[in-house]
Design a protein around this ligand. Structure first.
Ligand SMILES: [Mg+2]
Length: 429
């Protein structure tokens, strides 16, 4: 669906186009004195304010390179909601919102993200001053509660547009990049230990990744621990091994699981229990040397403050989409830094587009002690960027260029869009 609205509703463009001189009253009432005053007057200037003209959304369905087995779902396709904002000066901004495993992961789905933008966020924003990103973010918070991924997709497009108009990167808009590249982890989630070991060995040999996150929580705790121990003993010191339970364990299971994972050589456990059990997270953080990372518990700065205040994590997994945008993610980072916690750049398995946006923000963070997991584009069978994000030497490089530093490959967009016209093969053609 396309959201259309006339930016001239604001009156700004109408004023600029018609000018005050067209008012016939001026000609009727002009006197010699008035004419003298007019001749000596400075030329009339009309401030041209660039406005948000149009916001389009599109869902892409891109297959993953293998089944991505999580505790709550197995992903075989990633659905990405693309946002394109067109501004009155002809500039454009791009954004993207994704989730992991649809509604089984969190309260937003690709369809709800798109609907929230088309029905509520876009009509509120159209006609507004394009450069007023903070005002746009605040307005979105008034117009819709929650819907953080939808807001993120729009906000990225606003930052991208502003950066392109000014000829600077979004990192520059956030004060400037202090990194040109960041360490990047890979997630082993084939569901099979031997496959995971072979995959990890190939990643190390090709210099792509040496930090691995294992998705666990689907099997019994003892089976998951045995799986982790096997992978760690096969890879040895060449790899850092971490796990993500995605909220699946009870506190009792976690009390057994954490020390066993620590003995297996695992360095960090992500969201072992449900996000709302901050007391349980605090107990686990206090009781074990293995680092406990909050992920689903962090839905923006208010949650970050609660987690930090309760001592419910050693590390924040900062995700731009889960935080509610780049601005809110920067606030989560600030709270983590002020609390002396470790930081990690998380992903919602975005395509290269929002991966580029996340890199723009994380490039400005002084210390990301636990690196990033911004490998989303590598899990997909196709890269939708004209110039894909560069992964080499165990790092992901921060894109250069104005805005988020990403341009789309139009042929890929056309091919993977959900609403594309069916291709009908006709014999003889
Ligand atoms: Mg996670």
């Amino acid at each position: 669906m396309t959201t259309r609205a006339a930016a001239h509703r604001t009156g700004l463009r109408r004023t600029a186009r018609q000018g005050i001189a067209r008012d016939p009253a001026h000609h009727r009432q002009i006197t010699p004195l008035a004419r003298m005053v007019r001749l000596n007057a400075k030329p009339r200037t009309v401030t041209q304010v660039t406005t948000i003209d149009r916001i389009d959304t599109l869902i892409l369905d891109i297959p993953t390179i293998r089944g991505h087995v999580l505790s709550m779902a197995t992903m075989r396709t990633q659905a990405a909601v693309l946002v394109r904002i067109r501004f009155s000066d002809g500039s454009e901004g791009l954004g993207e919102g994704t989730t992991i495993g649809g509604l089984s992961y969190g309260p937003e789905s690709p369809e709800s993200i798109r609907s929230a933008i088309d029905t509520y966020l876009a009509p509120a924003l159209i006609g507004r001053a394009a450069d007023d990103v903070n005002g746009g973010v605040q307005l979105m918070d008034h117009v819709a509660r929650g819907n953080r991924i939808a807001k993120t997709a729009v906000e990225i497009a606003l930052w991208d547009g502003l950066g392109k108009r000014l000829g600077v990167s979004v990192a520059q808009l956030f004060g400037g990049a202090v990194h040109t590249r960041l360490p990047v982890a890979w997630t082993l989630a084939s569901g099979n230990s031997d496959t995971d070991i072979a995959e990890a060995e190939q990643m190390i040999a090709t210099g792509r990744h040496r930090i691995f996150k294992l998705k666990i929580g689907k099997r019994a705790v003892a089976d998951d621990v045995a799986h982790v121990a096997r992978i760690k003993s096969a890879l040895g010191d060449a790899a850092s091994i971490r796990v993500d339970v995605n909220q699946t364990w009870t506190l009792t299971e976690a009390r057994r699981g954490l020390p066993a994972l620590q003995d297996a050589g695992c360095e960090l456990v992500e969201q072992p229990v449900a996000a709302r059990y901050l007391g349980a997270m605090a107990e686990l953080t206090r009781s074990h040397a293995i680092a406990v990372m909050a992920d689903e518990a962090l839905g923006g700065p208010e949650d970050a403050l609660a987690v930090a205040a309760k001592g419910a994590a050693d590390v924040f997994a900062v995700k731009i989409a889960q935080s509610g945008g780049l601005k809110r993610a920067a606030e989560v980072v600030a709270i983590g830094q002020a609390a002396g916690l470790g930081l990690y750049g998380g992903t919602m398995l975005e395509t290269g587009l929002s991966t580029a946006a996340a890199l723009q923000l994380f490039a400005t963070v002084e210390r990301l002690d636990w690196g990033t997991e911004l490998f989303g584009p590598l899990l997909l069978t196709a890269d939708i960027l004209a110039q894909p994000i560069i992964y080499r030497d165990f790092h992901v490089e921060v894109p250069t260029g104005p805005g988020i530093g990403a341009t789309l490959d139009p042929y890929k967009i056309e091919f993977y869009r959900r609403d594309r016209a069916p291709r009908i093969a006709v014999a003889g053609e």
